[in-house]
Design a protein around this ligand. Structure first.
Ligand SMILES: [Zn+2]
Length: 300
């Protein structure tokens, strides 16, 4: 079948290389939903020149990473969108490997190697206090009675706050020069299912990359999010579930977007049965997102 997605380039049998010739590249470790038993979890690499960022590291991601020829210790920059296990379930492993395996692999002192956790100040506290602390705080006592903190495992890189978007936006740049990856993190409306807007929602984030590509993260249908951040983007990767209700945008809701939006929208975070129910190309979308095993997305 002829390829109609202008950004997609097939993978010619390899894994994922964490450097390229300088073009913005998105490679999905998986495109599945939290409960998908196929397609792995929706965690993706952003790669540009020598720089990479992994967006989310879920509970099954280390297996997908291994299949791609990489290890947890290869993740130098990790951006976290929210606290569900398909997005953060691998972070304890990432932290423990950095502190306790890296000294053997990278021949460094304990605590000398720290990868970068890209987040906001508010979310770093939530991530530690509500999710990571139980598994990481008591690994060792660096001084009698002193417990470990998240900053003992990783460098916490906070975004600078940007105004003018109608909701909180945080700006992080990875690398420098032409290969820098520009990330704008914006609050989204994912949980609880009764939440009417990002203002009443538990903390969750979407990502605008280089002002060119919007990755929605997990969110309920939010037309304002797409209008403000997606209108000028060349491509929109949007999460999608197969029924209306719950905590994700549904296929039916996204079908109601303007044709100009749909023509730039690729659907990801997919539940197992969705591909048997709908035909996104017939409904005006670019299509279903595909994992690195099939290919990657390049923005030249
Ligand atoms: Zn979620």
């Amino acid at each position: 079948m002829k390829e109609t997605n202008p950004w997609f380039r097939p993978n010619k049998g390899g894994g994922i290389a964490l450097a390229n010739d300088g073009h913005l590249q998105l490679s999905f470790l998986g495109v599945g939903s939290a409960f998908a038993t196929t397609m792995f979890q929706s965690n993706l690499f952003v790669i540009k020149g020598p720089n990479h960022v992994l967006i989310d590291y879920g509970s099954k991601a280390s297996v997908a990473l291994n299949r791609a020829g990489l290890s947890t210790l290869d993740i130098e920059n990790l951006l976290v969108t929210h606290s569900h296990a398909d997005h953060i379930g691998g972070i304890e492993e990432w932290c423990l490997m950095a502190r306790y395996a890296a000294p053997f692999v990278k021949k460094c002192a304990r605590g000398e190697y720290k990868p970068n956790l890209l987040t906001t100040a508010d979310y770093a506290h939530i991530l530690w206090d509500s999710s990571l602390r139980g598994g990481l705080e008591h690994s060792e006592e660096t001084q009698p009675g002193r417990r470990l903190a998240l900053s003992d495992y990783v460098n916490i890189v906070h975004g600078g706050y940007l105004t003018g978007y109608g909701r909180p936006v945080y700006h992080i740049v990875v690398g420098s020069g032409e290969s820098a990856i520009d990330l704008k993190l914006m609050r989204t409306n994912h949980i609880p299912d009764s939440s009417a807007s990002w203002q009443s929602a538990f903390y969750s984030l979407g990502v605008l990359i280089d002002d060119r590509v919007l990755v929605s993260g997990d969110t309920m249908f939010d037309r304002e999010l797409i209008d403000v951040f997606g209108s000028k983007a060349e491509a929109i990767f949007h999460d999608c579930q197969d029924y209306t209700g719950g905590v994700h945008a549904s296929y039916e809701e996204l079908t109601g977007l303007a044709a100009t939006h749909k023509a730039r929208t690729i659907l990801y975070h997919l539940p197992d049965p969705i591909k048997n129910k709908f035909n996104p190309k017939e409904d005006g979308f670019v299509g279903w997102a595909r994992s690195y095993e099939q290919g990657s997305y390049f923005f030249d």
